[in-house]
Design a protein around this ligand. Structure first.
Ligand SMILES: CC(C)(COP(=O)(O)OP(=O)(O)OC[C@H]1O[C@@H](n2cnc3c(N)ncnc32)[C@H](O)[C@@H]1OP(=O)(O)O)[C@@H](O)C(=O)NCCC(=O)NCCS
Length: 166
């Protein structure tokens, strides 16, 4: 469990109020309400939730974290030529959302930093070359780009950030 001032980030559990969560994007809300706990049980994704210290049910935001491998062909050629010619290990933030009433208060940034920190923590034991994110729309793309993520290849909504920068 990681803790920010007044905020707690912890794995999704039963008493988090998933039904009440709304970020204004149906796809993300529906995922969180209907599929998130299944994905956890099946080890498809780990889901981390941020809440305030004083309320252990209301969810202010969440993100999902999974392992994936990326094909060298989707990396920019200047990076690809320095890497071995086989799939590259990465960590995927498949979804990240902040509740409508908590947006633009810095929580998205805190969640992203938490995902990177957790990945760095395991990367001493399981190598991870980069963080990868799936941006749902151009707004989300702008959010990730403001943290240094760049597009993986022009025909996907995937962005990446090599962990060597940390
Ligand atoms: C996109 C989203 C995750 C951002 O989270 P947030 O909590 O509102 O963002 P923050 O307040 O942490 O903003 C952090 C920084 O990113 C910047 N930022 C936020 N949205 C941005 C955008 N669209 N383009 C560029 N920068 C952006 C902020 O200006 C801020 O910069 P600063 O620290 O220099 O002021 C959130 O608005 C959200 O959940 N939106 C709806 C669902 C969605 O689109 N999720 C992404 C799907 S992958």
């Amino acid at each position: 469990m990681s803790k920010q001032p007044n905020l707690i980030i912890e794995p999704l559990r039963k008493n988090h109020n998933r039904v009440a969560f709304s970020c204004g994007t149906d796809e993300l809300d529906n995922y969180f309400r209907r599929q998130a706990s299944q994905d956890t049980k099946r080890r498809i994704a780990r889901i981390f939730v941020v809440r305030s210290e004083s309320d252990d049910e209301a969810v202010l935001g969440f993100y999902t974290l999974s392992a994936l491998s990326i094909d060298l062909s989707v990396l920019p050629s200047d990076l690809a030529k320095k890497l071995p010619k086989h799939p590259i290990p990465a960590a995927l933030i498949g979804r990240l959302a902040v509740s409508s009433e908590s947006q633009s208060t810095g929580i998205g940034k805190i969640l992203l930093a938490d995902a990177i920190q957790r990945t760095l923590a395991v990367s001493d034991e399981i190598a991870v070359y980069a963080m990868v994110v799936d941006a749902l729309n151009s707004e989300a793309e702008g959010f990730y780009m403001s943290f240094g993520f760049t597009k993986l290849s022009s025909d996907t909504n995937r962005l990446f950030l090599p962990l060597k920068s940390f």
